[in-house]
Design a protein around this ligand. Structure first.
Ligand code: HCA
Ligand code: CU
Length: 378
């Protein structure tokens, strides 16, 4: 199965630094890398050493931290960047160059032939300097590039024999899952190399596209915590975990899932944002059940309406009962939790009372407890 052999390239310390409020101190980077390492991500990608003096120093600091995860840095396809990246001691280089008409014209001004020549120059140089380094070559804006241009570039690079992995990047979040599937599938079939997918979320497909990439045989997926990144970001770590868990829990057993809530909260705090209410797994409403029909079934068996088990993530479910959609099963469950013995007709009468009151405004749990205790005479 394709989902058995994937690796996460966690890019909160690279793509995440491109988020509007994502600027991390050295101490924060150490904390983030440590938490991701404990979670179990296989690789951590860091901002290019050419970005700033602190960025360069921070790569060395994280490399020296002795984590299990391999530390990578992300650079442009250029020899000087490669020299500085190699000097940091990272385990891998992720090299990227734009191939869409937009980027060829406005980013580097090179045509496809020149891109291939430059790639040959840079990749051969890196391989000569560092025979054991993990080397990846990626085209930026893959999905607005012409397919024949892409295949020319990818096949030429694969034939050079320097890289371990090819990268596919949905830089502007435009790709559909079928497009991602087809592109990754071609690369796997034609080159036999590892393939990485990096997907932005501008149109809400980042997680579905990452999943399609894996189905097509991709071996590596880029994520960031909470999906932070350029504009509205990329595939989120928690979102990818949720996607794969719901296919088969075994696909995410290798990760320490109970750390996810604190990792999401840590990044939210560092970026000065809240975890979105509808976030995968850690959103405040992710495990709240409300309607009477749902509450009744979930109280009998949580799998009726839950595909993710909250306790796998150290979280708990909540059955909300103080609203007009409430049902008597949920109210009875609450009375039992309070140790009260009320007969069904009393419970039903209290339920009607709760609904009537909740038409004006939702009731707090404590207010319902008062009604139940009063009915029980305690
Ligand atoms: C960017 C670059 C990148 C690179 C992805 C990759 C993208 O535009 O900031 O190297 O695979 O989205 O294309 O993040
Ligand atoms: Cu990106």
């Amino acid at each position: 199965m394709p989902f058995d052999h994937y690796h996460i390239i966690e890019s909160t310390l690279r793509e995440g630094e491109q988020f509007s409020t994502g600027t991390f101190t050295t101490g924060e980077k150490l904390e983030i890398a440590g938490a991701l390492d404990n979670f179990g991500v296989e690789m951590i990608e860091m901002t290019s050493p050419c970005a700033s003096p602190q960025s360069e120093a921070d790569i060395r600091t994280i490399v020296d931290a002795g984590l299990k995860a391999r530390i990578l840095t992300h650079i442009r396809c250029n020899k000087n960047d490669a020299i500085r990246a190699l000097a940091t001691g990272v385990a891998g280089l992720d090299i990227v160059i734009g191939t869409s008409p937009q980027l060829m014209q406005h980013s580097h001004g090179k045509n496809i032939r020149q891109i291939i020549d430059l790639a040959g120059e840079v990749l051969s140089f890196v391989r000569e300097q560092a025979p054991d380094i993990v080397l990846r070559f990626s085209t930026e804006d893959t999905f607005r590039s012409s397919e024949s241009d892409l295949l020319r570039v990818y096949l030429a690079v694969a034939q050079m024999g320097y890289v371990n992995r090819l990268g596919v990047a949905d830089t502007v979040g435009v790709a559909l899952p079928t497009q991602v599937y087809n592109m990754v599938h071609q690369l796997v079939r034609l080159t036999g190399l590892d393939v990485e997918f990096h997907g932005h979320n501008d149109s809400g497909c980042a997680i579905a596209n990452a999943c399609a990439a894996l189905e097509a045989g991709a071996t590596h997926i880029d994520t960031t915590v909470l999906g932070i990144g350029e504009r509205n970001g990329i595939t989120s770590l928690g979102g990818l975990v949720a996607r794969l868990y719901t296919i088969n829990r075994d696909y995410v057993r290798k990760y320490n899932l109970r750390l996810l809530p604190q990792i999401d909260q840590m990044i939210a705090d560092m970026c000065g944002i809240a975890i979105p209410f509808n976030n995968y797994i850690t959103g405040s409403s992710a495990f709240i059940h409300k309607a009477g029909i749902h509450a009744k079934a979930v109280l009998a068996d949580p799998t009726t309406y839950e595909i993710l088990q909250p306790d796998d993530f150290g979280l708990t479910r909540e059955v909300a009962i103080g609203h007009r959609l409430t049902g008597w099963n949920a109210i009875r469950d609450r009375s039992r939790m309070l140790g009260l013995t009320l007969d069904d007709s009393t419970i039903k009468a209290i339920t009607l009372d709760v609904k009537r009151r909740a038409d004006a405004r939702p009731l707090a749990l404590a207010e319902i407890d008062v009604l139940l205790r009063a009915a029980a005479g305690v």
